[in-house]
Design a protein around this ligand. Structure first.
Ligand SMILES: Cc1cc2nc3c(=O)[nH]c(=O)nc-3n(C[C@H](O)[C@H](O)[C@H](O)COP(=O)(O)O)c2cc1C
Length: 331
């Protein structure tokens, strides 16, 4: 089955997350009902000049009926080559990253830094329109916390150049990932651009924050990022509402096992286990595991050690936390 784009009214979209949203990660989310997902962001220069390495990021599973790719860059030459490379692939959407605040990206004038230079950002996006065979979207941040005009100008320009959807992370570049989300600016852009789907993003970790962002922005579609890190069940929780019950320890263990085994298949045991440690720290957070158990993650180097770790998990649950990540009672 293939899925619709622009997204259906109540779509939940898994954000592109650099260093995270590889095939194994997406499959974990998909097993919890996630339909719309993205690759990690792909750097245009890397795709242009270190094609082989970054091409592994473009891997799409046969089971993935909807997959977007996200490109970051500010150099027209690099973008041109990268867009040509992407034309050899089939994605449901090509997203332009105008929101990444990390210094490595900003110092090249890309991501959120490019988003603040609207003419230049639109010049780059015009190249997307001209060169790409894919349908287009963009992911932006709020440009100015005090004044909605530049964010609106950016969004209008992107829409004029063919963006069918725009995700707005409701924070400015300097805020990185913390602080309040500017619901009012997201709402304003949505109201000003009825022909473009606006996807709200920022701070959704559970039912309360989900209801709030939808109510305050008027957006139906929402993008999930850190709230789903280590908690792919968030997709199920938000889709099922009142009827949702959290995973049991056995269901939690099975999903974590499949995720890490998937990484081993992608990267080989040694590399996979290195990356797996940060993934596992996310999975155990807030679930009521003993501190000493969680600390063991930093020392896991092999699949055998991981298996033993996971096998011990049921005995290491010491309390039932109240938060969004509590596991259900029972085996
Ligand atoms: C570790 C990490 C990696 C991220 N990588 C990307 C990325 O590759 N592309 C992108 O557009 N946003 C990226 N983001 C931003 C998220 O997609 C999202 O916009 C941001 O985390 C705000 O949403 P949240 O408050 O729900 O986490 C990243 C965020 C984090 C924490």
């Amino acid at each position: 089955m293939s899925f619709q784009f622009p997204y259906p009214e109540n779509a939940l979209v898994l954000a592109p997350l650099s260093g995270y949203t590889d095939l194994a990660y997406r499959r974990a989310a998909r097993s919890c009902g996630c339909r719309y997902a993205f690759t990690e962001m792909v750097d245009a220069a890397s795709l242009a000049y270190a094609r082989k390495r970054s091409e592994s990021m473009l891997r799409r599973g046969e089971d993935e009926s909807f997959l977007g790719v996200q490109l970051v860059g500010a150099n027209l030459e690099h973008l041109k080559i990268a867009l040509d490379v992407l034309n050899e692939y089939s994605f449901d959407i090509l997203d332009f990253n105008l929101g990444c605040p990390v210094p490595k990206v900003a110092k090249k004038g890309a991501g959120a830094e490019l988003g603040r230079h609207i003419d230049r950002a639109l010049e780059c996006f015009a190249l997307f329109r001209e060169r790409s065979r894919h349908r287009l979207s963009a992911k932006i941040r709020i440009v100015d916390a005090a004044d909605p005009a530049p964010t609106l100008e950016l969004a209008k320009g992107l829409a004029r150049l063919g963006a069918e959807a725009i995700t707005i992370h409701g924070r400015v570049k300097e805020a990185f990932y913390s602080g309040p989300v500017a619901f009012d600016q997201i709402r304003l852009v949505r109201e000003a651009l009825p022909g473009v789907q606006i996807i709200a993003n920022g701070g959704v970790t559970g039912r309360v924050s989900y209801d709030e962002i939808r109510h305050e922005t008027g957006c139906g579609a929402v993008m999930l990022a850190r709230g789903a890190m280590g908690n792919p069940w968030l997709f199920r929780e938000l889709a099922e509402g009142e009827g949702y019950s959290p995973p049991t320890i056995a269901q939690w263990s099975e999903l974590v096992r499949n995720h890490i085994y998937g990484m081993i298949e992608l990267y080989g045991e040694e590399s996979a286990m290195r990356i797996a440690r940060k993934i596992l720290h996310d999975y155990v957070r807030g679930r009521g595991f003993r501190g000493e158990f969680r600390a063991q993650i930093s020392f896991l180097c092999t699949k055998t050690e991981f298996d033993a770790f996971l096998a011990a998990a049921p005995q290491e649950l010491v309390h039932h936390p109240d938060g969004d990540r509590a596991l259900a009672d029972g085996a």
